[in-house]
Design a protein around this ligand. Structure first.
Ligand SMILES: *Cc1c(COP(=O)(O)O)cnc(C)c1O
Length: 499
């Protein structure tokens, strides 16, 4: 490494020069007004030493953080087929309009009459989500998919209790479910009754029939399932659960394959949450922010979490509270939910309308099926080779792991060397050595071809030079990380530089 190596610039502290500040190009630079204001504070509240912070110009700070941001993978720079996260391009206009100053600067305690604009957008969003899912009412309050699930299952509990039906203590969940489903059920006090799926990915109906009974509170189902296939006998499933006195919960975290085409309400579901931060103009991977609105049919309507946006006879909007909805399950958020994310979803839905949304599901499924066929041709083993892909599909690398000792993790790391973000790996846990691949509708054919070609090259490498794949990545700023330690024991404590 030369003396001019970039790594010298990696630490913002190494660049620090005493006395340099970000405001040196301002006209009043050098006037220490702040320090005079500190005279009013009692001595006990003042530091004796200034904080040890790096001292840099504004330009240095901008360059430092821009450089760091470019080391990451993002939708704006790389193909990002992270299954179950719908990392598609979200039109900038959705963000721009959601960030209009009138929205951004509105105080959450502003009286309803001064916020008619934002309330009308949220009211319309409630209605559009009802229309898309076949539900009778929607609450926008939950701030994540998991929180929407919690609200939905809490309402199912409230429904049985309100009817004096107190023995219903079990939630049935297929083994293909997302981990949040059993977690939600137990958080709400239900026992989890797991049922298997068949070899071709559908719920095992015999097992379902054997599992339902007077203890059944309901069933939680994801359709398309996390196996990337559409449950073909969903109406039969709904009939079995309803006949046993249970309700059906639809995990609608991923609507990309069905939006504008099939409605959970028509499949027989009583409650559904959607992740606006997957399908509706906010990406999921990366950790938030999100919004997980929860919708219900007439049965569960009185229990919806507050606040809801209501409209009076004269057309005015207002937030409904406990006096309007005495049976409400309560509140899951301090105010009205994550409005910035909800407004993005609102703009996206207004922008696309039904024809646009149908194009989303058409191309999301076309792209997934196209890529799946390309990978089949390249010699990869599909987890469900007889099934059509939905918005995503699964490749299993079990043959490569057995023959060449190259696992899903190795291939995922090697993909980074070729400028592709990796698909989801080791989820769903039912399929060993799996890659869950979701290309999304916003990628073009050349990008899909390129990804298929890269995976083929890596497969050839696994045969001819497996060590090269096993030790990847080779071209990223950092190589293998201890991911468990980084997540469980993150070292976020800043220490003074020792020079
Ligand atoms: C993403 C996802 C969830 C959870 O959503 P969060 O917003 O991350 O809480 C639940 N179920 C399925 C099937 C998902 O893909």
């Amino acid at each position: 490494m030369s003396d001019f190596s970039r790594t010298q610039l990696d630490s913002i502290f190494a660049q620090s020069v005493a006395g340099r500040c970000t405001t040196s190009h301002w006209p009043d630079a050098g006037l220490n007004e702040d320090e005079q204001e500190l005279d009013d504070l009692p001595a006990t509240a003042l530091r004796s030493q200034p904080p040890l912070l790096p001292e840099l110009s504004e330009l240095q700070v901008v360059r430092h953080f821009t450089r760091l941001s470019q080391r990451n993978y993002a939708i704006d720079s790389h193909f990002y087929p992270l299954g179950s996260c719908t990392m598609k391009y979200n039109p900038r206009i959705c963000h721009t309009l959601a960030m209009l100053p009138g929205f951004l600067n509105r105080h959450p305690l502003l009286p309803d009459r001064l916020g008619q604009g934002v309330l009308s957008c949220l009211h319309e969003l409630q209605q559009m989500l009802c229309y898309l899912t076949g539900m009778a009412g929607f609450s926008l309050a939950p701030m994540a998919g998991a929180q929407g699930e919690f609200a939905g299952v809490a309402m199912i509990r409230a429904y049985h209790r309100a009817r004096g039906d107190l023995d219903r203590c079990e939630m049935i969940i297929p083994s293909a479910a997302h981990g949040t489903n059993p977690a939600t059920a137990s958080l709400c006090g239900f026992g989890v009754r797991e049922i298997p799926v068949t070899a071709d990915g559908d719920v095992d109906l015999d097992a379902l029939r054997a599992a339902v009974g007077p203890k059944t509170a309901g069933l939680m189902l994801t359709n398309p399932s996390t196996l990337g296939v559409f449950e073909r006998r969903v109406e039969e499933i709904a009939a079995i659960v309803h006949q046993a006195g249970g309700l059906l919960y639809y995990d609608g975290a991923n609507l990309n394959a069905i939006v504008g085409r099939v409605r959970p309400g028509d499949m027989g579901f009583d409650a559904v949450h959607v992740n606006t931060h997957k399908t509706f103009a906010t990406p999921h991977g990366g950790g938030g922010p999100g919004a997980g609105p929860i919708g219900v049919n007439d049965r569960l309507l009185p229990f919806l979490p507050l606040p809801l946006v209501g409209q009076d006879a004269a057309g005015g909007y207002r937030l409904l509270d406990e006096t309007d909805r005495p049976q409400s399950m309560g509140r899951v958020t301090a105010f009205t939910g994550n409005i910035g994310v909800l407004l993005r979803a609102y703009v996206y839905l207004r922008l696309l309308a039904m024809p646009g949304l149908q194009r989303v599901s058409t191309y999301a499924t076309l792209n997934a099926n196209y890529l799946m066929e390309r990978l089949r041709q390249a010699g990869f083993q599909l987890a469900y080779p007889q099934r059509r892909a939905t918005h995503e599909f699964i490749v299993t690398l079990q043959p490569e792991a057995r023959q060449f000792g190259v696992t899903a993790l190795h291939v995922a790391k090697r993909l980074l060397d070729y400028g592709c973000y990796a698909p989801t790996i080791y989820f769903p846990s039912l399929v060993p050595e799996c890659l869950l691949i979701e290309p999304t509708e916003t990628e073009n054919r050349e990008e899909l071809d390129r990804f298929a070609a890269v995976l083929s090259v890596i497969r050839q490498e696994a045969i001819s030079d497996p060590e090269r794949v096993r030790t990847a990545p080779h071209h990223t700023p950092v190589q293998r990380l201890d991911e468990t330690r980084a997540a469980r024991q993150p070292d976020l404590v800043w220490r003074a530089p020792t020079h």
